[in-house]
Write a protein that binds this ligand. Structure first.
Ligand SMILES: Cc1ncc(COP(=O)(O)O)c(C=O)c1O
Length: 299
């Protein structure tokens, strides 16, 4: 049946009456009903191969039996007690399993949050706390979430910040290494990463005092910005610049992490250490869908 079918149209009509359009870009009128492995079905019975993968969240496909079983077991045992105030054995076990998969061999700790944006908020607090500085660099084309702190780093579409001014002060956006459409009209590798030199020579020498910059917040591959892959060597040069001024790096791997780019974390092994990383992955299923976000420290 050509979508949206009659049932889908009915849901769209009811949705627009009772659900806020806030933060919902509505790419197309797909009304999901059920899913298994890589197939999703809409309310009118149409079936699709899910190349969206639930917005990059369904690493092991939809309704994987082991995940369904684990969720069923857990909700039967304990649904909530508040990990912010008390202790859970499973959370400790998950952190112990996860940490060895993150970049660098040193002591780290995990913050579990509800969303990618929450992990960015945590990274803001952590880097401010750690450095005593209050400014940030982020990238044109970036997407880091929709809360006021996270949206301050986002620079992918004007709509994302329209009418929210002022967002968090102190964030300056600089060009991303987008070689296919180089903002400087240069060619890699002849450019020798002029985009990093530009940050040093023009931004940090002219209008952003480097000693006030807490961190550079980046995606190792820009997702929302158009799946932009920086050339090898870029992050090493960026790291050198950051080290020169004692600036920390915040690696947002909400899209690239958890093996979605082929490695557990994209920047693992690239010679970079990060003070904070945020990693999105799917922790629930069947109505408990959500991103678990992790944030690790290496101070
Ligand atoms: C790179 C990146 N960071 C952060 C976020 C925000 O995640 P959430 O929507 O879970 O808050 C997203 C969401 O798509 C993202 O792609």
């Amino acid at each position: 049946m050509t979508p949206p079918g009659p049932r889908a149209l009915e849901i769209l009509r009811r949705d627009s009456k009772v659900l806020s359009p806030y933060n919902r870009p509505f790419y197309y009128p797909f009304v999901a009903c059920s899913a298994k492995d890589c197939i999703v079905r809409d309310v009118d019975g149409n079936q699709y191969v899910d190349f969206n993968s639930g917005l990059v969240a369904m690493n092991v496909g939809h309704c994987h039996p082991r995940i369904v079983e684990a969720v069923r077991r857990q909700v039967g045992e304990l649904m909530h007690y508040s990990y912010t105030d008390f202790y859970y054995p499973h959370v400790v076990e998950l952190a112990e399993k996860f940490l060895p998969k993150t970049p660098g061999r040193f002591e780290k700790k995990v913050f579990f949050g509800n969303s990618g944006a929450e992990s960015i908020e945590a990274a803001i607090k952590l880097t401010k706390w750690h450095t005593g500085r209050h400014r940030y660099l982020a990238f044109i084309g970036a997407f880091h979430g929709r809360t006021i702190g996270a949206v301050s780093f986002t620079a992918s579409k004007p709509l994302q910040v329209a009418r929210f001014f002022p967002t968090m002060p102190g964030v300056t956006h600089v060009p991303y290494p987008y070689c296919y459409r180089c903002p400087f009209k240069m060619t890699h590798p002849e450019c020798n990463f002029y985009c990093v030199d530009f940050v040093d020579d023009m931004v940090l020498h002219r209008y952003v005092p480097p000693e006030e910059v807490a961190a550079i917040v980046f995606e190792p591959i820009q997702g929302e910005g158009g799946y932009v892959v920086p050339p090898p060597g870029y992050f090493q040069k960026l790291k050198k610049l950051a080290d020169k001024y004692g600036i920390l790096l915040v690696d947002d791997e909400v899209q690239t992490g958890m093996a979605r780019s082929g490695r557990s974390m994209l920047l693992k092994g690239d010679g970079c250490r990060f003070v904070a990383g945020s990693y999105g992955f799917k922790i629930g299923d069947n109505g408990l869908e959500g991103w678990g976000s992790l944030h690790h420290t290496c101070c």
